[in-house]
Design a protein around this ligand. Structure first.
Ligand SMILES: [Zn+2]
Length: 228
């Protein structure tokens, strides 16, 4: 896929490599975890928790479709989200002010678990329109309203953000009802790209790549969606 005869392809790989090289290690770890989830046949979301100096304390991936998992992680149920497994492995009262980095905007369940965990900052790449707005617990009670909430950084409006949302929408087990809801809330262009990749063997070929190679391979299409 490289070669000086094709400048456009070279540029595509240079741009993707530059983006990947510019990510800190927690971001790369979260995406590696998401990719392992995709390759394992479950929902492609990955996450990690890191300390202020960037050292990773806990990392995990979605395991809702897994029949097994490492000690201390949840698998095979609707609870088995990436962020839940990151938090489940943090010893009670041992950590504080951690950064939680995740490839997709946290859902209602994970936002609540983050609220209870030792997390000061949440960073997410892809927007999840389905759960957007489900993190503001200050609306629930006067006590919550008076409490300092975790800083939220996201979604990323670039190719990485599109990639984070895209990979979480892969999978033959996406129900038509859920797909209709996603289209209704503005995820149509991402779902169209998922369908395009899944209608041929292109998705399988992408999944066989490493995650940074997959970003490079999809780059022009991620760029197009990021621009919309
Ligand atoms: Zn979740």
């Amino acid at each position: 896929m490289t070669g000086s005869h094709n400048g456009a392809v070279d540029d595509q790989f240079a741009s993707a490599a530059e983006l990947w090289a510019g990510l800190d290690e927690p971001w790369r770890e979260a995406f590696r975890q998401a990719w392992e989830a995709l390759q394992s046949g479950t929902i492609a979301v990955g996450a990690c928790a890191s300390s202020a100096d960037g050292s990773i304390v806990s990392s995990a991936r979605n395991r809702v479709f897994d029949s097994d998992g490492p000690h201390g992680e949840i698998f095979g149920s609707s609870l088995a989200h990436a962020e839940m497994n990151v938090l489940a492995k943090l010893e009670f009262h041992r950590h504080s002010n951690l950064v939680l980095t995740t490839t997709l905007e946290p859902c209602l369940q994970c936002a609540a678990a983050i609220r209870l965990g030792p997390i000061a900052t949440v960073r997410f790449a892809g927007r999840d329109a389905y759960w957007d707005g489900c993190h503001d617990f200050g609306k629930l009670s006067a006590r919550e309203a008076g409490r300092t909430q975790a800083v939220r950084i996201g979604p990323s409006r670039n190719e990485l953000g599109v990639f984070g949302t895209l990979i979480a929408r892969f999978g033959p087990r996406r129900s038509p009802r859920f797909e209709r809801r996603l289209r209704a809330i503005g995820d149509g262009p991402v779902i169209d790209l998922v369908d395009e990749l899944e209608s041929t063997d292109e998705k399988d070929r992408v999944v066989d790549l490493e995650v940074d190679q997959a970003i490079a391979y999809l780059w022009p299409r991620l760029r197009k969606l990021a621009a919309t």
